[in-house]
Design a protein around this ligand. Sequence first.
Ligand SMILES: O=C(O)[C@H](CS(=O)(=O)O)OP(=O)(O)O
Ligand SMILES: [Mg+2]
Length: 252
Amino acid sequence: MRLRVDLLPHGTYPDVVLVIDVLRATTTAITYLERGADALLLTATPDVALALRSEGMRQDGARPDGESTPYLLGGERGGLPIPGFDFGNSPVEAAAQNFTGRTVVMNTTNGTVAAHTAAQSGKHVFLAALTNAHAAARRARATATEEIAIVCAGTDERVGLEDVYAAGVLAEYLLAMGESSIDDGARIALTVRRSSGNPLEALGSSVHGARLASLGLGEDVRYAAGLSTSTLVPTLVTGDDVPPGTLKFIAG
Ligand SMILES: O=C(O)[C@H](CS(=O)(=O)O)OP(=O)(O)O
Ligand SMILES: [Mg+2]
């Protein structure tokens, strides 16, 4: 088995891909499914998300529960909610809601883009964060036949300490589960994990963690630092019901 860590999304992925965007997209995605969402649709652009909702309203009309569409929109630009969306990209906000029976359509600056890159070639694509680290590692190990690629989303095409740290946590778990050859990306991630303190210290010291704190979103950083608080692993599925320009993830 090969274990590979890409510090930014690039290249092609022949087998299993774990996409990480700890702050905050994959942490928030896990939370939506934890809070009962039927599915997540990760869109390529905000416009695809807005068009989906308009189309859903046109087709469905009013639903019996008084809601006009099964779609709820979550996402951000510059860390703040996108105009016309229902939610930002906050796991704390998501954890306070009940999404039963709803599909959450997500678009974010980095995480949803990384998922689209991974899905272009990956055979099995999962979303991972610190909050589901152990379950995601187990799932990857059980699924892979040749390679596990951990793909860090980064921020605006720059490497993010929070994602590399989480990749190191996943790599540690994976190496404890069986032998693998590891690339230099995995060595870097393991070194960062071992030298950056506990999860909250690591996330808090990252540029993006500090930026979120300055936006008043420090509670999201604290939430994202919760290690293996969930056993849920968002899993990419395909099928005729997946709208163009989106990736569908369900709870696995
Ligand atoms: O919401 C986030 O934390 C970031 C947004 S940004 O880096 O502040 O623009 O988005 P994500 O896609 O979750 O990295
Ligand atoms: Mg991020």
